[in-house]
Design a protein around this ligand. Structure first.
Ligand SMILES: [Cu+2]
Length: 256
């Protein structure tokens, strides 16, 4: 067998290693995606889908690169310390490979910029615009301070409650303010989050789609995600997503 044949044989073997790695990596990815924490809002489905797609893709690339490293380590290992001759046909560069690698990686990056990048952003912004222009959107004022959250519902006459209670499938406009430093409003189950900045009024639009509460699912909680001092990790607030009928009851019991 000449050197060039050896190279093609090694290439063929690498493909086999990749396919085996692909089955393992995508199997693990499927298991991970199946045990995803709850996707509890319209917006969380957009970010969740994007993450899922990128995990499928990077698992395949990881299997290829990782497979090539492991394969090379075994296949081209020197038998002894005296074995210094190159066993295979070696070159500094192999143009077809270099060009293919470059073109494929540029294509993957461009494709990712379009999907899930731009398509996902369009989905998110579309959902936000819809809520922004929805006259029935629920308005919730959120005030952050070291180290607690408080919530007010200006249209419902509810002010300064420490628990965030919202109806399911209701578009909500959160109006974010801080009394001191920068904080960040995040409910893990709802996917997206936003910084709360001193002297700014910021808006976050979310439509929760899953009924639940912090008591039964810790992913449904408000968590500050901007390091804001000693109490930062404990800067949480309980959340309750309930049915519209339950919410009506809660609102009338809590309004002033
Ligand atoms: Cu904070």
């Amino acid at each position: 067998m000449n050197a060039k044949e050896n190279l093609w044989r090694a290439f063929g073997e690498l493909v086999v290693v990749w396919v085996i790695g692909l089955v393992i990596a995508e199997g693990l990815a499927a298991w991970m995606v199946a045990s995803w924490p709850v996707l509890g809002s319209v917006e969380a489905h957009v970010t969740g889908d994007a993450t899922t797609y990128l995990i499928w893709q990077t698992s395949a690339i990881f299997a290829l690169v990782g497979g090539a490293i492991i394969y090379s380590a075994f296949r081209f290992r020197a038998k002894s310390m005296d074995d210094t001759a190159a066993p295979y046909y070696q070159r500094r560069s192999w143009k077809p490979f270099a060009i293919t690698w470059l073109v494929v990686s540029i294509a993957i990056n461009l494709a990712n910029t379009i999907y899930p990048g731009m398509v996902g952003l369009e989905d998110l912004w579309g959902a936000q615009l819809q809520t922004e222009h929805n006259k029935n959107a629920l308005l919730v004022d959120v005030t952050a301070q070291q180290w607690k959250w408080s919530f007010s519902y200006p249209k419902l006459g509810i002010s300064d409650v420490s628990k965030l209670v919202v109806p399911v499938n209701q578009p909500i406009e959160f109006v974010l303010r801080t009394k001191d430093v920068i904080h960040d409003f995040w409910v893990p189950a709802w996917g997206i989050k936003k910084d709360v900045i001193p002297n700014e009024v910021r808006h976050l639009f979310i439509t929760p789609t899953v009924v639940g509460s912090t008591a039964t699912n810790p992913m449904i909680r408000v968590q500050c995600t901007m390091i804001c001092g000693n109490g930062h990790p404990m800067m949480r607030a309980p959340v309750k997503v309930i049915t519209p009928a339950q919410f009506k009851q809660w609102a009338s019991a809590n309004s002033l």
